[in-house]
Design a binder for this molecule. Structure first.
Ligand code: GDP
Ligand code: MN
Length: 390
């Protein structure tokens, strides 16, 4: 689960990580009123969306009068923000964050995440922070430094020293101390609230030698949300694809993709294999949907509805191996979804396993139009042929 910058900075404050004073606003007037309360000029007006690269996309404006704050907020709220991470259609901006501007001396980068290969938290630090960090990481990886953390002993002072004393030129003693304190606190927060990512870019040394988190990004591990009611309250459903939000509500493992073949499969491995087969047959999957082993009829119905609601879908492949999920339950779910909204695209079904005969009978007697495939390869070929026909 992603947090907005202003939400992340509130959490930073609780953990003693220094951030500029700021206030969130939903309209140009609110933004101007916020600036009146804050010290400035300068002020910074920042689009609050779940996407990075805002600076380069025009979503961050540094301004010098309250009138300019109002205009900047109006411009940002007016139209979707397009950045490298949003796709060409951009993201609608519902809120801006107005902050006291900072006089920046140096821009650094700091992040904590999980290194899956090492199976450990990793603290990533670079003295070449700022908006070009992706290029730095790709072109000069030697400028990005890492410290892996032993989860039992935790973050060690020597690790902070190793990172900061590599800097050139070396900051003054006050900034060095603040940087090392900050690293310890960011790591404590990462563990304390079950982050999958905590990132500060830029982490700034100001002209007066203070250390400040000018940007803040927090992703919370979704698996921890059951024990973090306070985090669930920070979720902003406006940021989500409506189909993703619906899938989440019904506990379906659904990921929307860019192709035109909708697929409903049980088991993540079978879903991956089905996607591979669709691609090998020359088409593109519109989604990954694993309804899971113990899917109920209702979950099947909702899953099928989600596929039907995706306007990119031109053909649907149902590939089910009935084990714990019985084929008759699957068939009833599909039929009940089809009753609610007409199926406007060809449907290909490949069923095997528990209660397969009954599943087939339910589908046949429903009056639904569908093609039956004998095996997975045939299913992929059939569904691909349906979209190629057009
Ligand atoms: P991002 O592009 O989405 O990562 O947004 P950031 O919050 O990182 O802001 C982008 C850039 O705007 C930063 O790298 C800074 O260079 C600049 N910026 C942000 N806040 C301030 C500020 O208070 N003062 C100045 N001078 N620049 C700022
Ligand atoms: Mn940033």
């Amino acid at each position: 689960m992603k947090l907005h910058e202003y939400q992340a900075k509130e959490i930073f404050r609780k953990y003693g990580i220094p951030v500029p004073e700021g206030c969130v606003a939903s309209s140009p007037d609110e933004a101007a009123a916020a600036a009146d309360e804050l010290q400035g000029p300068p002020w910074v007006v920042k689009a609050q969306v779940h996407a990075g690269g805002r600076g380069k996309g025009g979503g961050i404006k540094v301004v010098r009068s309250v009138e300019e704050v109002r205009n900047a907020a109006a411009a940002i709220l007016e139209r979707p923000l397009v950045t490298k991470q949003t796709g060409p259609e951009g993201k609608k901006v519902f809120q801006v964050f107005v902050e006291e501007g900072v006089e920046i001396e140096r821009e650094l980068y700091l992040a904590v995440t999980i290194d899956r290969a090492m199976g450990k938290p990793v603290v990533i630090f670079s003295q070449s922070g700022g908006m070009d960090i992706e290029e730095v990481a790709a072109g000069s990886p030697e400028l990005v430094w890492k410290q892996f953390v032993d989860i039992r002993s935790g973050w060690m002072p020597y690790q902070a020293r190793t990172l900061v004393y590599g800097m050139d030129p070396l900051p003054g003693p006050k900034a060095l101390k603040e940087l090392m304190n900050l690293m310890e606190r960011v790591y404590a927060m990462f563990i304390g609230i079950d982050c999958s990512l905590a990132e500060i870019n830029p982490l700034v040394i100001t002209k007066s030698g203070d250390v400040l988190a000018v940007d803040a990004k927090i992703n919370i591990d979704d698996n921890s949300l059951v024990r973090r009611k306070e985090m669930q309250a920070l979720d902003d459903p406006r940021e989500k694809d409506p189909l993703d939000a619906k899938a989440q509500k019904y506990n379906l493992n659904y990921i929307r993709l860019n192709g035109n073949i909708g697929a409903m499969v049980n088991g993540a491995g079978l879903a991956m294999a089905t996607m591979d087969l669709i691609k090998m047959a020359g088409a593109e999957p519109a989604n990954f949907l694993d309804v899971g082993g113990g899917a109920s009829e209702e979950m099947i119905t909702r899953g099928f509805e989600i596929i039907l609601e995706d306007e990119k879908v031109e053909a649907i492949l149902i590939n089910i191996f009935g084990g714990i999920l019985r084929c008759d339950v699957l068939a009833r779910g599909v039929v009940s979804a089809a009753r609610k909204s007409a199926i406007r695209v060809p449907l290909i079904v490949r069923l095997e396993g528990t209660n397969v005969e009954e599943g087939r009978r339910i589908l046949q007697e429903s009056g639904l139009k569908f093609l039956v495939a004998g095996d997975m390869g045939e299913a992929a070929a059939l569904v691909t042929k349906q979209v190629k026909k057009k």
